[in-house]
Design a protein around this ligand. Structure first.
Ligand code: RIB
Length: 301
């Protein structure tokens, strides 16, 4: 039995850190690299598990070296891998990530591989029903995501959708969502509102709530975050950690938030914990590998 079920992709992240992100046609000499777990779903599952949450990860891998790396890493992180399908037909995906070590900013290309062929039939409803919280993103086929959100809702789970990468969603989607967690760019995609400050975030959140979403958390990078449920509004400043690599910070946030929600924390504390987890995740190179533990966040939960 897991407390939280995460549906999403695993890819092997190959991250290169250097003095800048190369321009088109340019070669630069980097200073370090990391090969480790990536994919938003995988990163979120690792974040939850390292904080102490029991988590099931639903995904699909290839029967190959990176697929074996995935299972090995996920098991070491105490993640339930019994709902991961191993495909003989498809390869495990890879992401190429360039990181500017001065700012921690990145440029990413993800080739999803096996999970891009995931079908509704392959989703075991029991893996969702057993949990209290269902967390997913938009990296697996959209019909599978919608079907799984519906299954979760019908079984009384709290649904969290991290709409990344942003893509067009039907109204059916919005009704299924308890917490919608876009970053500022994704929020702009859904609302058309460019967010420069807290006031813009408020307008954007209001629009999202009018679409049928219950609660909205817009992460604003170094500007912090904004929460609204239509009545209560909370603005928090970003955590002040020195960013080496921001890859996976949004995943750390979603993982931290889900964990805090599971622990029954009030909304403000959930946001503070998620903020801290996200900040700490940026202090190391890599995505899944950079998720902090419960001890690291040194907060009384
Ligand atoms: O959110 C960061 C993740 O997005 C990376 O790990 C990369 O693999 C992509 O899925």
């Amino acid at each position: 039995m897991s407390d939280i079920t995460v549906l999403g992709i695993f890819v092997a992240d190959i991250s290169f850190s250097g003095n800048k992100i190369p321009n088109t046609g340019e070669t630069i000499l980097g200073d370090s690299y990391n090969i480790g777990p990536g994919g938003k779903g995988c990163n979120q599952a690792i974040a939850i598990s390292r904080l102490g949450g029991k988590v099931t990860f639903i995904s699909k891998l290839g029967d190959d070296e990176y697929g074996r790396l995935a299972i090995d890493k996920l098991k070491k992180d105490n993640i339930d891998t019994s709902n991961i399908i191993i495909s003989k037909k498809h390869k495990t995906g890879i992401a190429g990530i360039h990181v500017d070590r001065n700012t921690g900013k990145n440029a990413i290309t993800v080739v999803r591989g096996a999970p891009s062929s995931l079908t509704i039939k392959e989703i075991d409803a029991n893996a969702i029903k057993q949990s209290k919280i269902f967390l997913t993103q938009l990296e697996i086929p959209i019909e599978v995501t919608l079907h799984s959100l519906k299954t979760a809702k019908e079984n009384g789970l709290i649904n969290i959708l991290n709409p990344a990468p942003a893509c067009k969603l039907s109204n059916d989607f919005f009704k299924m969502i308890d917490y919608f967690t876009p970053n500022e760019t994704e929020a702009e995609f859904y609302t058309g509102v460019k967010i420069n400050d807290e006031k813009d975030a408020k307008i954007s959140a209001k629009k999202l709530i009018s679409m049928g979403i219950k609660k909205v958390i817009i992460t604003l990078g170094e500007k912090g975050l904004f929460y609204s449920d239509g009545k209560e509004e909370i603005y928090l400043k970003a955590s002040l950690d020195k960013a080496v690599d921001t890859t996976g910070a949004g995943d750390a946030f979603n993982g931290g938030f889900s964990f805090a929600l599971l622990k029954g924390k009030k909304i403000k504390e959930c946001l503070e914990i998620a903020n801290k987890v996200a900040g700490l995740s940026t202090t190391k190179l890599g995505a899944g590998d950079s998720m902090p533990t419960f001890k690291d966040i040194s907060l009384k939960v």
